[in-house]
Design a protein around this ligand. Structure first.
Ligand SMILES: [Zn+2]
Length: 247
């Protein structure tokens, strides 16, 4: 039975009372499987971190991962006694880390969406996040370089003012008819429903399982690093940026 994952809900909570199903120890770290979890694993910018508490101990988890059958494991350092199966517990998500990941993730959608519109091309950005900056790489053509500053300037117009991020959950067929069959290749074959996200009110809907800000206006400022618009060895367009946000 797969873990019930609650993070897709529109109004998510950061604290939940639940139950430990089982535990494993791998390389001195404890892994815990819960009946239900609030932890998200899907953002390329990083999954949730947080704490699980039970009467005789706690786990500070620094990594969450999903197995093929849908189970979500929380891994970290055990403090106290290893819990038995069926122990009641509570889980708390680190809200700052969640917001940090969500802000970088949402902004990378914005840049990718603007780039797709300006360059009139379908492609998917690849993003990564470090402690204080993010990198978004776009598989683009070299002739797109002049558009880089236009993409960046356009992105700045969406932030720090109300700009709700919209969500839709639709059947796979309907979702692909809206987002474009281009996305077929990145959607799991067994998915029956797809969540679409719109970051930027006039940009396209695209499929995404990740966790987003509620509003792009929560991003208060973005600075590009000197590496903005540099070409990597593979001739991809790269945006390196640092952002600040409010709750
Ligand atoms: Zn997303």
């Amino acid at each position: 039975m797969a873990t019930i994952n609650l993070f897709f809900q529109q109004e998510f909570s950061l604290h939940l009372v639940t139950n430990i199903i089982k535990t494993e120890i791998k390389k001195d770290k404890l892994r815990i499987l819960l009946t239900e979890t609030l932890a998200e694993t899907e953002n390329p910018e990083g999954g949730d971190i947080g704490d699980i508490f039970w009467p005789q101990g706690n786990l500070k988890f620094t990594r969450v991962f999903r197995t093929q059958n849908g189970d979500i494991w929380h891994e970290g350092i055990l403090n106290g006694n290893r819990p038995n199966p069926n122990t009641p517990c509570s889980i708390e998500i680190d809200s700052y880390n969640r917001l940090h990941n969500s802000a970088y993730h949402s902004f990378s959608h914005l840049i990718t969406g603007i780039a797709r519109r300006l360059l009139k091309k379908d492609f998917i950005g690849t993003s990564k996040k470090f402690s204080d900056y993010g990198i978004l790489t776009l598989k683009a053509q070299k002739d797109a370089l002049p558009a880089a500053s236009e993409i960046w300037q356009s992105a700045l117009e969406y932030i720090n003012k109300p700009a709700p991020i919209e969500r839709l959950v639709l059947s796979k067929e309907k979702a692909l008819s809206i987002a474009g069959t281009f996305f077929q290749s990145v959607i799991p074959a067994n998915a029956s429903e797809i969540r679409l996200i719109k970051v930027g009110h006039d940009l396209a809907w695209i499929p995404c399982r990740g966790v987003h800000l509620r509003d792009l206006g929560q991003i208060s400022s973005v600075e590009n690093s000197p590496k903005l618009s540099a070409w990597t060895e593979d001739e991809d367009l790269c945006f390196n940026y640092h952002l600040t946000f409010h709750q």
